[in-house]
Design a protein. Sequence first.
Length: 285
Amino acid sequence: MNPPPPPASDSAARIAHFRVLHGSGCFLLPNPWDVGSAIALARRGFQALATTSAGFAFSRGLPDATDSLSRADILAHVLAIVAATPLPVNVDFQSGYARTPEGVAESVALCAATGCAGLSLEDASGDPRAPLFELAHAVDRIRAARATLDAARSGVVLTARCEAWLVGAPDPKKTALDRLVAFAGAGADCLYAPGVRDPATIAELVRAVAPKPLNVLVSAPAPGLSLQSLADLGVRRVSLGSALARVAWGAFLAAADALVAAESFESLAGAAPFKELNALFATGR
């Protein structure tokens, strides 16, 4: 049984709770994209939440790109999500809104000050000619983030992401294995290579970074994968990325298209009842 979440005002307790969740077993980390979705997820019994850069960008009418939103935009968003519920919040902090280790350190300090319980840093450079930072540079960025968190004695969980699958690296498995092991050695608390779906590869990643926990992204139906099967492979954390936001957008767009095409109102039948939503948000945070 998971421990109860800490009081909303206690950042240290939230961080401690988040670390306990990583200690054993496997937990699901859903990704709200605004305050309302954060509250709804918290009240459905999840133990922790994570932001989604894509979901937040879509809510602003922007694409999911590293330059769509500023660091200030993301930090304000994180503050709102952290304040919405008593749950620990992990921040999708993209590439740290900086290229140099020094810039990453500055960004990480600002992110940790929001009261978040964790943050993830990517090794994606944003340069289509060389989509991943060179390995030594990527490691230096993680090392700088680790030093910043240690200096502040914050306990914030540092997740290092290898984007090999997402950027189409020639050999994503080898790239991810090499980089995640290096990131673990540089001080990352949790390791993450979004895009991996093969159970054997997932198990290999788990073994490679052990005893540190591995996060797996499940952003679409995955035949043969379930929370239990991932737990059996040794995965400690499963996140959903932009999936829930895209589910909401999918329902919205389908209903709107049906209204245009058929000039009927049948597509509104799946709407959540007004009273249910009103009650959900009437009881405070």
